[in-house]
Design a protein around this ligand. Structure first.
Ligand SMILES: Nc1ncnc2c1ncn2[C@@H]1O[C@H](COP(=O)(O)OP(=O)(O)OP(=O)(O)O)[C@@H](O)[C@H]1O
Length: 258
């Protein structure tokens, strides 16, 4: 018996009609039989938006972020990148298109330039010195850093190298998991300003977990409030005072007193 597959139709079925850059639909994560870490999260994020994710510790913010570049494998048909189910795409392609910065910068031994050139090299592309310097500038680092060893960098400088290394993959979406929580206020501003500049100049979409309401107010177009694995409010930063959900009000009151 012959089975014919209509690949065009299959591809069309795998695409959603939504024009969102990232569309999350009823995302669940259940571990250890009945432990619901994420419960029915749905949100659309448009290209070029900066979205802040806030909420109490252990509420599922990092778990949500990590699903978007498949650091854990979300169920099929729950996360779409430009309308395509991310679980149907090559995982390395997803991670190139959706870059991520963590709380603690993870760099490889070697020079700053080695780190920045790493991602493109894996794809068979050799960056020129000028390209490496361009990524360093985008991350607000002086080009003189290129030849320096990563040993001896401050945490703030290392985080900017990690940003430059992520940018060298030319991501369309940048996931930030509390990237400035270990940094001093000056280094924090460097990272914030670089990210904001990139959003304005390249249309980069940013999804950022933060414990700082002030940071979210400075950067975000939209704020998602996650409590106990549920997305309970999606608000503009100026609307945070108008949150209606009692759990949101309680969290925001406590966070603003910090
Ligand atoms: N693989 C796993 N197995 C079991 N429990 C997990 C797993 N991953 C996460 N958890 C639990 O899920 C909950 C949410 O964790 P997550 O790190 O996403 O929260 P968070 O909101 O980012 O917290 P924080 O603000 O403290 O970083 C926590 O209770 C965590 O212990």
């Amino acid at each position: 018996m012959c089975i014919s597959i209509d690949w065009g139709r299959k591809a069309a079925l795998q695409k959603r009609s939504s024009s969102a850059k990232i569309s999350i639909q009823s995302l669940e994560r259940v571990v250890e039989l009945d432990n619901h870490i994420l419960t029915g999260i749905s949100v659309d994020i448009q290209a070029g938006q900066v979205v802040g994710i806030i909420g109490p510790s252990g509420s599922g913010k990092s778990t949500l972020l990590r699903a978007i570049n498949r650091l854990w494998e979300p169920p099929g048909d729950s996360i779409f990148l430009d309308g395509e189910d991310i679980t149907k795409l090559n995982v390395l392609t997803v991670r190139r298109r959706v870059g991520m910065l963590f709380q603690t910068p993870l760099l490889f031994d070697g020079t700053v330039a080695d780190n920045v050139a790493y991602g493109p090299r894996l794809q068979g592309k050799r960056l020129t010195d000028a390209e490496i310097e361009g990524y360093l500038r985008q991350a607000d680092l002086d080009v003189s850093f290129a030849k320096k060893s990563i040993i001896g960098l401050s945490v703030g400088q290392a985080q900017r190298v990690a940003l430059a290394r992520t940018l060298a993959n030319q991501p369309e979406v940048l996931l930030l998991d509390e990237p400035t929580s270990a940094l001093d206020p000056v280094s924090t501003r460097h990272i914030e300003e670089s990210v904001m500049h990139l959003c304005r100049s390249t249309g980069l979409t940013v999804i950022m977990v933060s414990h700082s309401i002030e940071q979210v107010k400075r950067m975000a177009d939209l704020v998602c409030l996650v409590v106990a694995g549920e997305l309970i409010e999606v608000l503009k930063p100026t609307e945070l005072v108008c949150a209606r959900n009692p759990r949101a009000q309680e969290y925001l009151r406590a966070a603003q007193q910090q």
